[in-house]
Design a protein. Structure first.
Length: 208
C-alpha cells in the first residue's frame, strides 16, 4: 500500500506541476507570469505534500536521487513511469480547459528561434543543475520556498530560450499529445546531465 501511495504521489505531483506551467504557457501570460505560476505553484505543491514524503515530480530529480544513493534503481524507474503518466494526464486535462490547447501544442517546450540543439542542451543542463543542487542542499523546512524561488529564477533566465523545462515529464506530456517532438531530446538529456552535475557538486561539498 505504501508503494502505491508513493507512486500516486509522483503521478499527482507531476500532474499538478505540468498543469501549473503548461497551463500558464497556454494562458499566454508571458515569461514573468509563467515564472511566478511555476514557482508559486510548486512551492504550494511541496508545502501540501511534504508531509507524505519527499516527492520528486521530475525524472531529473529522481535520477539525481538515484545517483546520490537516496533511492534504488527499481523504485526510481517506477517513479519516472508515474511522473510521465502524470505529465500526459495533465496535457489531456489542459486540452479540456483551453480551446487553444492544440494550436498551442498543449504548452509544449520548444527551442526559441535561433536557439540550436547544443545551445538548448547547455541551457537545460545549467538550469536543472541549479534546481537539483537546491533540492539536495536545502533542509526540508525551507525546501518549498527555496525550490519555488529557483524554478522562478530559471524561467526568468531561460524561459524565452528553451521554455526552461528542467523536467522531462513536463515536456513529454504536451509533446505526446501535440506531436511536437522537434529537439525533444534536449529536454531529456540536458536535465539528466544537469542533475548528475548537481550530485557531483553535492558530493564535493559534502566531503569532510
Amino acid at each position: 500500500m505504501k508503494n502505491v501511495k508513493e507512486l500516486f504521489l509522483e503521478f499527482f505531483g507531476t500532474f499538478w506541476l505540468t498543469m501549473t506551467v503548461a497551463g500558464a504557457v497556454l494562458a499566454n501570460v508571458g515569461v514573468v507570469g509563467i515564472a511566478l505560476s511555476l514557482g508559486l505553484g510548486v512551492a504550494a505543491l511541496l508545502y501540501a505534500t511534504g508531509k507524505y514524503g519527499a516527492g520528486h515530480y521530475n525524472p531529473a530529480i529522481t535520477v539525481g536521487m538515484w545517483a546520490a544513493k537516496k533511492i534504488d534503481a527499481v523504485k526510481g524507474i517506477k517513479y519516472i513511469a508515474a511522473q510521465l503518466i502524470g505529465g500526459v494526464f495533465a496535457a489531456l486535462i489542459l486540452g479540456m480547459f483551453f480551446t487553444n490547447a492544440a494550436a498551442g501544442n498543449y504548452g509544449a517546450t520548444i527551442l526559441a528561434s535561433g536557439v540550436g540543439f547544443w545551445q538548448g542542451l547547455l541551457i537545460e543542463t545549467i538550469l536543472t543543475m541549479f534546481l537539483v543542487f537546491t533540492v539536495l542542499e536545502t533542509d526540508a523546512a525551507h525546501a518549498p520556498i527555496a525550490i519555488g524561488f529557483v524554478l522562478a529564477f530559471d524561467v526568468f533566465l531561460g524561459g524565452g530560450l528553451t521554455g526552461a523545462s528542467m523536467n522531462p515529464a513536463r515536456s513529454f506530456g504536451p509533446a505526446l499529445l501535440s506531436g511536437m517532438w522537434k529537439s525533444h531530446m534536449v529536454f531529456w538529456i540536458g536535465p539528466v546531465i544537469g542533475s548528475l552535475v548537481a550530485v557531483g557538486l553535492h558530493r564535493f561539498y559534502s566531503k569532510k
